[in-house]
Design a protein around this ligand. Sequence first.
Ligand SMILES: Cc1cc2nc3c(=O)[nH]c(=O)nc-3n(C[C@H](O)[C@H](O)[C@H](O)COP(=O)(O)O)c2cc1C
Length: 206
Amino acid sequence: MATLLHLKSSIFGENGQSSGLSNTFVEDWRAQHPDGNVVVRDLAAAPLPHLDAVAVGGFMTAMDDRSAEQAVAVARSDELIAEISGAEVIVIALPMYNFGIPSTLKAWIDHIARAGVTFRYTENGPEGLLTGKKAYVFAARGGLYAGTSNDTQTPYIENVLGFVGINDVTIIAAEGLNMGDEAKAASLSTAHGQITALSGTLSAVA
Ligand SMILES: Cc1cc2nc3c(=O)[nH]c(=O)nc-3n(C[C@H](O)[C@H](O)[C@H](O)COP(=O)(O)O)c2cc1C
């Protein structure tokens, strides 16, 4: 039974465009995987705390030597890592806020990128340990950035996913959503068309 982890971070909840696009994909996936398991983590509705010295200190301290505070912080990270480790498919809804990814999503990344757990350092450089997964990213942006150096999101999300071992990443972006009703409708229609095409390529597992 395949598991899909759906990460949302729109401050507009289910009305967010990234939520809408990613929901469409997840519904398609669910239809093709009736026995599949979908885990939803809404990072805007239930934000994680910023990574801090307590958490990082806890990561670097042997289990039995951790303070109570460190143990709580490590348990939070462990839970998030167990969630992504248990999923074959990762779906990320990716709004653009102030030229970057939502801070709530960044906080999640900070809790799951953990040396010795989700990546390790080797003689040949860092090696990601969350292998064998596919990621699908659904970006929503008010302006136009794709293919330019102002696209701070796509290279970043690919880098960070690759760093933890997830190299099979598909990105669909709906852009120009704040450039008038016509541009918005055209962009969403194109993105939904891309999702339909993508859904047609899904395998039995992922
Ligand atoms: C606080 C805020 C900041 C935003 N910053 C940007 C921005 O820097 N660049 C941009 O193209 N659009 C920006 N937008 C527009 C959003 O990218 C657009 O509304 C998109 O649909 C957000 O995704 P969501 O609907 O899933 O929340 C911003 C919107 C908000 C509310």
